[in-house]
Design a binder for this molecule. Structure first.
Ligand code: KG4
Ligand code: ZN
Length: 373
């Protein structure tokens, strides 16, 4: 594992709180896709240490994550990542109260590596173990730390219930979050996830992997009115998404183009594509806010989470929508949007608090909808 791929997250970023002696300490492990990550988080919402080992350079030449390579890279990295996480926090396993790891959904080879490591540590040290649903990690991390749109920057925690736009590389769902383990599906994608659409369009343009951040950056210098991308389902009531039509339109535009791909062409293309995705998200969320189930729950906060939550235009549009509806807008800080160990440690703590620990051996699940918790 080479040093340049290790990101040691800033310790004490959430430093306004005091780590009290009686707070619970959780070691969280994430390995469901292309990040091997571990973190120690306490129940006072402090991140004591956080290590993310990104495999992105290993997958870049293939234009996407290769599951077998990912599993092998997790095996090679996991012990060191956990050891460094303990070291960076100045803790050993005696100090840890609970161990948590992603038990699905995700690429099963990788999930198994993190889950087996966590099981081994928990059993050998006689600590409780929490099987965390990766999506629940994304869904709950705004309660560990969120940037609130009023500028209170990273110190606020989001209260239940909230309306969540969960958009990642693998998922795209609107959820009403009632509490830990209590998720009501309002809408979801019928085909691709938002992240997949970003990644595939970037690949068509030869922009590299992962595509989301590159498209986001290119779009800033582009004209969003140049390419007329469709807004699938937006003329219909409902809360579901469909991104495959936008992807097909991208292919068609590119097939028709006979000129070299200039920077201007690419920037305009990215801006127009991103505008279509943003419109779909705000359209569906706008409908969801008027849904009877949502209205009855009276969520005060509109939240975005998952890797795609890093997108600048999606954040801005959702903030506007929240304010228009008299709601607070919240998003995790950038380093807690894409896959990370801190969100797993936090979801571990939230589940531990309600007694949701592993009582007998479980098998990790490649598919594990949030509604089946
Ligand atoms: O949550 P995540 O790390 O992994 C999954 O659980 O799937 O999300 C990764 C996804 C990728 O598709 C990546 O392109 C996307 O998040 N992403 C973005 C941005 N940053 C990351 N998409 C749009 N705009 C961004 N700035
Ligand atoms: Zn994820």
């Amino acid at each position: 594992m080479s040093d340049e791929k290790i990101i040691v997250m800033n310790m004490g970023t959430i430093d306004s709180r005091v780590h009290s002696e009686r707070s619970t300490l959780c070691l969280g492990i994430e390995s469901s896709c292309d990040e091997t990550s571990a973190a120690i988080v306490d129940s006072d919402r402090n991140i004591l240490s956080h290590i993310i080992y990104s495999q992105i350079p290993e997958h870049q030449k293939y234009g996407g994550v290769v599951p077998e390579l990912a599993a092998r890279a997790h095996i090679l990295a996991i012990d060191q990542v956990i050891e460094q996480t303990l070291q960076a926090a100045g803790k050993n396993m005696d100090d840890i109260d609970v161990v948590a790891a992603t038990a699905g959904p995700g690429l099963i080879g990788g999930v198994l590596v993190g889950w087996m490591a966590a099981t081994g540590i928990a059993q050998s040290t006689n600590k409780p173990l929490v099987a965390v649903n990766h999506l629940e990690g994304h869904a709950l991390v705004p309660r560990l730390s969120a940037t609130i749109a009023d500028g209170s920057n990273g110190t606020a925690s989001v209260d239940f219930p909230y309306l969540l736009m969960l958009a990642s590389g693998g998922h795209c769902q609107i959820l009403l979050v009632h509490g830990v383990g209590r998720y009501e599906m309002i809408g979801q994608t019928l085909d691709d996830s938002a992240g997949e659409a970003f990644d595939k369009v970037a690949k068509m343009l030869g922009l590299g992997y992962p595509g989301g951040p590159i498209v986001d950056k290119r779009a800033k210098d582009g004209d969003r009115t140049v390419f007329k991308f469709p807004r699938p389902l937006c003329d219909k009531p409902g809360y579901d998404f469909s991104f495959s039509g936008i992807k097909t339109a991208a292919r068609t535009f590119l097939d028709k183009n006979t000129e070299p791909l200039t920077d201007k062409y690419i920037n305009d293309f990215c801006a127009s594509f991103q505008a279509a995705v943003v419109d779909c998200i705000t359209n569906r969320l706008g409908n969801a806010l008027n849904d009877e189930r949502v209205k009855a729950a009276m969520p005060k906060t509109l939240v975005v989470a998952g890797g795609v939550a890093k997108n600048s235009e999606i954040r801005a549009a959702m903030e506007k929508l929240a304010h228009k509806n008299g709601m607070i807008f919240a998003a995790p800080p950038m380093n807690l949007c894409t896959d990370n160990g801190a969100m797993i440690a936090w979801a571990g703590l939230e589940n531990f608090r309600i007694g949701n620990v592993v009582k007998e051996p479980i098998a990790p699940r490649p598919r594990w909808p949030l509604t089946e918790l």
